[in-house]
Design a protein around this ligand. Structure first.
Ligand code: SAH
Length: 238
């Protein structure tokens, strides 16, 4: 998968992608990460990427010309172009799967108050949000999108892990996990034992317990997901 990131802090993204899962994907060639600094497309000595907003108000805005030149210099036909933005559609596991199936993606990171609206129009950028809160820049959002996609690429997480039962894959959150020791005393002195069914060796019962847990946790914590799933099922039956 090829990922092009546009950022005035390429070092941030590069350092993040050097370690762990992304680092390995990069080393093995499964991830072709390319970083582009809009400052390389400036012509003044200060390498200016921002300017004051028309209409007044606080903060600065990323200049359209510089950012647009940076994007135009690498634009690959057929690659989705995403702008990290709190106004965007919420990023999701489904969108991540879609992107991971494709050839790659362009990720544009805003800074300051954001980017000039005309760049969004001119390059057909699709605005994507990682949550209802404001970050100081798009880099963390782009890294979240990247990480979410790359771990889905075949070969990145190892053959045994299909990811099928993970949170969101079928509209449900995940079941609770336990590992050794089977009985463990926490700092409160209380001994906690793992649910008996998990040490029963009965695969059918384990699967049933996990499904129940997934449903219960989703219903309690995310009534929105639960309702969406219910509607989807009703539609299937029709
Ligand atoms: N003034 C803007 C916030 C700008 S934050 C507003 O009120 O909406 C600066 C940059 O950080 C944005 O251009 C965007 O690229 C990134 N960013 C901030 N929050 C984000 C979020 N929740 N999801 C994705 N990107 C975000």
């Amino acid at each position: 998968m090829r990922i092009d990131v546009f950022t005035i802090f390429p070092g941030l993204v590069d350092a993040f992608c050097a370690e762990s899962l992304l680092g390995k994907a990069r080393q093995s060639g499964l991830l072709d990460l390319r970083l582009h600094d809009p400052r390389d497309h400036t012509s003044d000595v200060h390498r200016t990427v921002d300017d004051t907003p028309f209409g007044g108000g606080a903060g600065m805005v990323m200049k359209p010309d510089v950012l647009s030149d940076a994007i135009a210099a690498v634009s690959e036909p057929g690659m989705p172009r995403l702008l990290m933005s709190p106004r965007g559609a919420p990023f999701s596991q489904a969108r991540g799967r879609e992107l991971a199936r494709g050839p790659g993606v362009l990720l544009v990171c805003g800074r300051f108050e954001g980017i000039d609206e005309r760049v969004i129009e001119a390059h057909g950028l699709e605005e994507v949000s990682v949550g209802d809160f404001v970050l100081s820049g798009g880099e963390i959002a782009a890294m979240a999108v990247m990480d979410g996609c790359v771990r889905l690429l075949p070969g990145v997480m190892g053959a045994a892990h299909s990811g099928d039962e993970e949170s969101f894959e079928d509209g449900l959150l995940e079941y609770p996990h336990y590992t050794r020791p089977a009985t463990w005393a926490g700092p409160d002195g209380i001994e906690r034992r793992v649910p008996e069914v998990l040490v029963s060796g009965h695969h059918g019962k384990v699967a049933e317990w996990r499904r129940e847990q997934r449903e219960e946790i989703t219903r309690r914590r995310r009534p929105d997901l639960w309702e969406r799933r219910r509607l989807a099922k009703t539609n299937e039956e029709k």
